[in-house]
Design a protein around this ligand. Structure first.
Ligand SMILES: Nc1ncnc2c1ncn2[C@@H]1O[C@H](COP(=O)(O)OP(=O)(O)O)[C@@H](O)[C@H]1O
Ligand SMILES: [Mg+2]
Length: 301
């Protein structure tokens, strides 16, 4: 049962029991407060006399037992939405002056010969590029996700994402093993967003790995045939159990230069696809395995 139905049913029963106690023209419900956090709904009634003057107020509280996970879901969605709004505003406020600064610094650079100042200006431009990359991450996180979906082979998408990560980390001598199930058919998904998911997860695996560490990427069909599953297994550092519950939170990071937005974006994109994501430490805490399951709604040819 969804949240809405649950609430409506509670209210209808609630209202009936109140109305039975008074004549209908004597009470009028006014405000309904649904407080998910304290598990209560309250209704305020105005009591009226024969000539409809308000002579009193009645407030009733009822405790409602939302299933725990639903309650958590609602508050998480609310939190994510308000964080998205703040981040969007921050990105906007920074991007405008940054664009103007960038233009002027570029202009100054063109005016200078190869002097010490020229070198400094290059450093300024590089730092501006880092700020710009950060602001882009914020924007990516806060923008509503596009809903288009196209028939896609997951295996091909993995290969494309991996190519990009290798370009980003040319110096790391990592050992990638691909175990791709060639039987997987096309599924409908937002290819750009799922590629983003794969890049974020593979980058995390690369960052957690030592100079030489095997990263195994495999694809499977779930036993019930309902999902296509991607598994990314690294052999780097494990995730400490006390932070496991935080890793999807926006801005949560254990890295010095991390944004903490990678997994927050991943979670949003997977939810958009009605998928499932599972992150757990490997046996003996040797690295981490990320499992993503996407509905395998088969494409009919
Ligand atoms: N493969 C992994 N191995 C170890 N820790 C990981 C892995 N993936 C994610 N984490 C943990 O989750 C945190 C959040 O990840 P993420 O949202 O991608 O942000 P960021 O990479 O910017 O820190 C990381 O800082 C790290 O502590
Ligand atoms: Mg990351």
């Amino acid at each position: 049962m969804n949240e809405g139905n649950y609430l409506v049913n509670s209210l209808v029963t609630f209202n009936k029991s109140i109305k039975n106690k008074f004549q209908s023209n004597q009470v009028e419900s006014d405000t309904i407060i649904n407080d998910v956090y304290s598990n209560t709904i309250s209704i305020r009634y105005h009591l009226k006399d024969q000539t409809s003057n308000i002579i009193g107020v009645l407030i009733f509280f009822e405790e409602i037992n939302y299933p725990q996970d639903r309650k958590k879901l609602v508050s998480e969605i609310e939190l994510q939405t308000s964080i998205s709004e703040i981040v969007a505003e921050m990105a906007h406020q920074i991007r405008n002056p940054l664009t103007i600064l960038y233009g002027f610094v570029q202009y100054l650079k063109n005016e200078l010969s190869r002097t010490k100042q020229f070198e400094y200006i290059n450093i300024i431009l590089e730092e501006m590029n880092s700020i710009n990359a950060l602001v882009k991450q914020w924007t990516d996180f806060s923008l509503p996700l596009k809903q288009y979906k196209v028939p896609t082979y997951l295996n091909r998408l993995i290969e494309r994402a991996l190519l990009l990560v290798k370009v980003l980390y040319p110096t790391k001598n990592l050992d990638f093993t691909l175990l791709l199930n060639q039987q997987l058919s096309m599924i409908r998904l937002n290819d750009e967003l799922i590629k983003q998911v794969l890049i974020n997860i593979i980058i995390n695996a690369v960052q957690a790995s030592k100079e030489k560490g095997e990263i195994i990427i495999s694809t499977h069909m779930s036993i019930d045939q309902k999902y296509q599953v991607i598994r990314i297994k690294d052999h780097g550092t494990a995730i400490r159990s006390e932070i496991m519950q935080n890793i999807f939170m926006p801005f949560f990071t254990t890295k010095q230069t991390g944004t903490g937005l990678g997994l927050a974006i991943v979670k949003k994109i997977i939810a958009l696809h009605q998928g499932i994501i599972l992150i757990q430490n490997n046996e003996n805490n040797i690295g981490v395995t990320v499992e993503i399951a996407l509905p395998s709604n088969r494409i009919q040819n």
